[in-house]
Design a protein around this ligand. Structure first.
Ligand SMILES: [Mg+2]
Ligand SMILES: [Zn+2]
Length: 202
């Protein structure tokens, strides 16, 4: 399985803090999410980024996350991390970097709700990570897991990725995908949501 770095209690806290973002649907509550790929969307993709010194935020990324927090969108990161399978870094290092990202965001009063990563690769050195999994994008496993755990409304959610495999994963999960090709992420997010709304209506 892919790993979620969010605990249940934190999930409850966040849910309690975002009452306005929820809607009633047949007695159950569903929330929209923005799914973000990590490398090439939230940070510059230098290839197998796993240390703070290698991490450069994309312009507008922190602002985009804060905006999602304020508007009641869950922020869910779904990231292939085959560097773990390849032995370039381990899960502890990834978790350390993720914790650092959360600290950085906290300076702005922002946070990521869920961070899901796939540590696998079909040709991994380590047999523990060597598999044809359902979580490595273009497979939709990480999105499906998050949708189940957070009761996410697929129709009102979108994914932003910089790769066709991101969009394929979104499509398989029934979520609209948008290809980010650089520029400010906060502006891109707003235009993607406007377009999603228009597609939704027509
Ligand atoms: Mg990417
Ligand atoms: Zn996987």
């Amino acid at each position: 399985m892919c790993s979620a770095l969010v605990t249940a209690s934190r999930m409850e806290m966040i849910r309690a803090a975002h009452p306005t973002g929820r809607i009633e649907k047949g007695g159950e509550e569903w929330r929209p999410a923005i799914f973000f790929d990590r490398d090439g969307v939230l940070n510059i993709d230098h290839g197998y980024v796993h240390r703070v010194e290698q991490f450069t935020w994309v312009e507008g990324a922190r602002e985009a996350i804060l905006w999602c927090n304020q508007q009641g969108y869950l922020v869910i990161v779904v990231t292939n991390q085959s560097g773990i399978a390849r032995g370039y870094y381990d899960e502890a290092q990834l978790q350390e970097l993720t914790a650092w990202m959360q600290e950085q965001l906290a300076f702005d009063g922002a946070h990521m709700d869920g961070v899901y990563y796939c540590p696998h690769h079909p040709e991994a050195k380590d047999p523990y990570y060597r598999r044809q999994c359902q979580c490595r994008k273009p497979q939709p496993g990480m999105l499906e897991q998050a949708i189940g755990e957070w009761e996410i409304d697929r129709e009102r959610s979108i994914l932003i990725g910089d790769n066709q495999t991101d969009l394929q994963a979104a499509q398989q999960a029934g979520v609209a995908g948008f290809l980010f090709q650089g520029g400010r992420l906060d502006r891109f997010l707003l235009s993607a949501l406007v377009q999603h709304e228009q597609n939704f209506r027509s």
